[in-house]
Design a protein around this ligand. Structure first.
Ligand code: FAD
Length: 295
C-alpha cells in the first residue's frame, strides 16, 4: 500500500527506522530486530541506505522481508549522490520486482573525500532531481527529508525551506524530519512551512538517546540544538549508564506526548535496531495512540 494513503486515513502514523547489518554482518540478525518490533504494529518500517555501496543491496532485501514476509509496509531509503542514473534505475527496478511501493528519496552525504567527483556526467545532484525522476516515471509513493534546524550544509533556514519547497514540488507525498530534541524548534519550523504552503504530512523523527557516545555522533551528523534540560540529564547520569538509559527514554516519551497533543501527523522512531528501547516508548503511549486513532 502507498504510504501517502496511510496519512490520508489515519493519525498519528507510527513508524520505525532500522538499518541493515554492517558490511560483513549476516542479514539474519535483522530478523531478530523485526521480530521484536512487529507486535508494536508500526504503520511502516523504513530501511536506511548506505551510500557508497556498503549495504545498498541489503536495503532492498530487508525492505522486501518487511513487506513480503512480515506483511508490514516498507519504506526503502535511496540516496543518489554517489550513483549513476543507470545504477539508480537498476535499484528502482529491484524495488518494483520486490513489490516495494514506497521510497524515501535522498541526496545522501558527500563521501569524506576531498577529491570526490560525481560518478558520471549523468547523475542526480540534489534529492529534488531524484524525486522528479521517480515521480514522473513510476507509481512509488515518495517521501523526503526535512530539517527543522536547517540542513548542516545550509547556513540559512529560510533558504533551506526554499529548497525544501522545490523538493516537495517535484513530487513528494510526505516528509520525515531529522532528529531534534527541542519541540519548540519544530513548531516554529512548521509555522514557516505553513506560510510557504508546504502542507503535506510530516512525521517527526525522534531518537531516544540512551548512551553518552551517541551525543558526539549526533552533533557531527546534524548539529542540532541540545536544550538545557537535555544537557542536565546527560551531565547528571553520564557515568550511570542504566539511569541515563531510563532518563533518555523518558525524554523521548515526553517529546512524543507533546508532539501528539500538538497534533503531529506522525512519529518516526530512529530505533537504532534496539527493539527493547522502542518497545518501552511505544507501549507507554499506547492509550494515547488508541484515543487519537479513534478520533
Ligand atoms: P537535499 O534535499 O538535496 O539537500 C541537500 C543540501 O542541498 C541542503 O543543504 C539543501 O539546502 C541544499 N540544496 C537543495 N537544493 C538546492 C539547490 N537547488 N541549490 C543549492 N542548494 C540546494 N543518508 C544516507 O546516506 N542514507 C539514509 O538512509 C539516510 N536516511 C535519512 C533519513 C532521514 C529522515 C533524514 C532526515 C536524513 C537521512 N539521511 C540518510 C541523511 C541525508 O542523506 C543527508 O542529510 C544529506 O546530506 C542530504 O540529503 P537530502 O535528501 O536532504 O538532500
Amino acid at each position: 500500500m502507498l504510504i501517502k494513503d496511510f496519512y490520508k486515513n489515519k493519525k498519528p502514523i507510527i513508524s520505525f527506522e532500522i538499518f541493515p547489518p554492517k558490511k560483513d554482518g549476516p542479514i539474519e540478525t535483522i530478523y531478530n530486530t523485526i521480530d521484536n518490533l512487529k507486535d508494536l504494529k508500526p504503520d511502516f518500517i523504513s530501511v536506511t541506505y548506505g551510500a557508497g555501496g556498503s549495504t545498498t543491496k541489503k536495503t532492498v532485501e530487508i525492505a522486501s522481508i518487511i513487506k513480503n514476509k512480515y506483511n508490514i509496509e516498507a519504506l526503502a531509503h535511496l540516496t543518489c549522490v554517489t550513483s549513476t542514473k543507470q545504477e539508480i534505475e537498476n535499484i528502482l527496478n529491484q524495488l518494483k520486482d520486490n513489490n516495494i511501493e514506497n521510497i524515501l528519496a535522498l541526496r545522501g552525504d558527500f563521501p569524506n573525500d576531498p577529491d570526490f567527483e560525481f560518478p558520471d556526467p549523468l547523475h542526480y545532484e540534489y534529492a529534488k532531481d531524484l524525486i522528479g525522476h521517480i515521480h514522473s516515471n513510476s507509481n512509488f509513493s515518495v517521501g523526503a527529508a526535512a530539517y527543522p534546524e536547517g540542513h548542516i550544509e545550509c547556513t540559512n533556514l529560510d533558504k533551506d525551506i526554499y529548497y525544501l519547497k522545490e523538493k516537495v514540488n517535484s513530487g513528494v507525498d510526505f516528509l520525515i524530519t531529522q532528529l531534534f530534541f527541542d519541540n519548540e524548534i519544530f513548531y516554529k519550523f512548521k509555522e514557516k512551512l505553513d506560510k510557504e504552503n508546504i502542507n503535506i504530512p510530516i512525521s517527526a523523527g525522534i531518537l531516544p538517546v540512551i548512551n553518552k557516545n551517541q551525543i558526539n555522533h549526533i552533533l557531527s551528523l546534524c548539529g542540532c540544538h541540545l536544550p538545557k534540560k537535555f544537557i542536565r540529564i546527560i551531565e547528571k547520569y553520564e557515568y550511570k549508564p542504566e539511569a541515563l538509559k531510563e532518563a533518555g527514554i523518558a525524554y523521548a516519551i515526553e517529546q512524543i506526548v507533546d508532539l501528539l497533543s500538538w497534533g503531529i501527523d506522525g512519529i518516526h522512531i530512529y530505533t537504532m535496531n534496539r527493539p527493547k528501547t522502542t518497545r518501552k516508548i511505544v507501549e507507554s503511549i499506547s492509550t494515547i495512540r488508541n484515543v487519537l486513532t479513534e478520533e
